[in-house]
Design a protein around this ligand. Structure first.
Ligand code: 5GP
Length: 179
């Protein structure tokens, strides 16, 4: 694999498509055991999670449902730039086993706020699965049950993750090249 340029930045190869697919198959095997017979509702957080959700679902043969949400910052006076609202949820969460699917957990703020939204709606259980996790950046007390890869505090792109809107279509994951 070669280095690539996305917009104005150079990125070096970090996780290959094969490594990603291997790890997703392992996560799916865990989920199959834990959620057999529970008809879980998997909820992908757009945009970054779309490839992860698709590949994870192709590895699952248990009965389940899949939905997507999008988060947006509140507009208006109370906006701090970091408070998110959840858009697009049509499914009833009450009494369901929910698994949130994220591309990456960094500070954990996004997932903490998302969890509050779902917990208020009375799920039977709720867990988080994230493909990537930056443990050194975590500021919130989050329990992440299904983690693909723990990665260092460096910006990554590819496999759904963007830099300035670009790079989501890359099959592999790349890391920002040190200056
Ligand atoms: P958190 O709220 O956990 O700090 O941030 C989560 C969000 O920040 C992710 O959903 C993602 O959009 C963005 N993010 C954090 N780290 C990275 C990264 O290394 N690369 C990309 N492309 N996005 C990131």
């Amino acid at each position: 694999m070669d280095s690539i340029t996305v917009r104005d930045k150079e990125f070096v190869p970090y996780l290959t498509e094969a490594q990603i697919q291997q790890r997703i198959a392992e996560l799916a095997a865990e989920l199959e055991v834990d959620y057999a017979g529970k008809n879980p509702l998997f909820i992908g957080v757009l945009n970054g999670s779309f490839m992860f959700v698709a590949d994870l679902m192709k590895n699952l043969s248990i009965d389940c449902e899949i939905a997507f949400i999008r988060l947006s910052s509140y507009t208006g006076m109370e906006s701090t730039g970091s408070v998110k609202q959840v858009l697009g949820l049509q499914d009833n969460v009450f009494g369901r086993h929910i698994v949130l699917l994220e591309d990456i957990v960094d500070s954990g703020l996004t997932m903490e706020q998302t969890l509050v939204f779902f917990e208020e709606r009375g799920p039977k259980s709720i867990e988080i699965s994230t493909l990537l996790f930056k443990p050194e950046s975590l500021e919130k007390d989050l329990s992440l049950k299904y983690v693909g890869f723990e990665i260092p505090e460096k910006f990554v792109v590819g496999y759904g993750l963007d830099y300035d809107g670009h790079g989501r279509n890359l099959k592999d994951i790349y890391q920002l090249k040190e200056a």
